[in-house]
Design a protein. Structure first.
Lengths: 173, 173
């Protein structure tokens, strides 16, 4: 397996979730053992030796790669979830969508002050969600060492919103 | 780390998601690197040498352990998602809830006939969801080698609905 092989396993689904959008579907890649392993190893490689203490994952698809990276790096996993899903005392962050806004939550006691964390998601698009999660982590006092994404939609320039942090992606469109 | 240590990191949240229910919150365990690694290693241990080809995970919390087990076992990962989330051609299964019913979906091309799969989730409660996912996998022709859960609420007897399959859980309440 290599990066070209990985890229070939991502398929375009036109008009999903709505007309005019071409959805990058990673499920054909996830279902192949060697491809999944290669992708996780490549993503984790960026953070070896950096003493990552926690990996932050964003519901739902962001839960796929982040716990694997936590496992590989010997770190813990912290879920950032949609409104109303976490049962304990929470910190909340709001962010803008194309129309309206949305919010994400994390447990108040999930990240201690000074904890070294990374943020991992499947897709970097406009960067709005990732930027909101950075703010959420920093509200709790965590130190964001970097962010990693399987796929980056480079034409949406999400990286510009995260320019104070190292941003890694395996496959760019 | 050991099983007693793991159990001590699961906390009770009373009246969540609604009054009278005591929610078992695994996030204090997930956030600790050694606990997460121990839990994943113990879960994967049940399937070593069984030639697992794919690990099936159920949205959203079920996405946490299942990709890690896929990584450990060298298998692929197949997400079973809530209605409308998967972009490709799908197979659907409905199942009963306390009031009404719900459905889950998987991509039609996700599991080939005869593929050796396991189903992994964080929690076994009544077993209704797990049983639905077994049916979904078998509709596509997959062979269910077994199921694994971090936590089993044994008093809800979910295991009885899965009695034709090996069922593993790390922690029982």
């Amino acid at each position: 397996m290599n990066l070209e092989g990985l890229r070939a396993l991502i398929r375009d689904i036109p008009d999903f979730p709505k007309k005019g959008i071409v959805f990058k579907d990673i499920t054909p890649m996830l279902k192949e053992g060697p491809a999944l392993r290669f992708a996780c190893d490549q993503l984790a490689e960026n953070f070896k030796g950096m003493k990552v203490e926690q990996v932050i994952g964003i519901e739902s698809r962001g839960f796929i790669f982040s716990p694997v990276l936590a496992y590989q790096l010997g770190a813990g996993f912290v879920p950032v979830r949609k409104k109303g899903k976490l049962p304990g005392a929470k910190e909340v962050v709001s962010y803008s969508l194309e129309y309206g806004e949305d919010s994400l939550e994390v447990h108040l006691d999930a990240i201690k002050k000074g904890t070294r964390v990374i943020i991992v998601d499947d897709l970097l698009a406009t960067g709005g969600t990732a930027e909101a999660v950075v703010r959420l982590v920093e509200k709790l006092g965590g130190t964001v060492l970097g962010l990693a994404f399987l796929v980056e939609l480079a034409f949406l320039k999400g990286r510009q919103r995260l320019q104070n942090y190292p941003v890694h992606s395996l496959i760019q469109f």
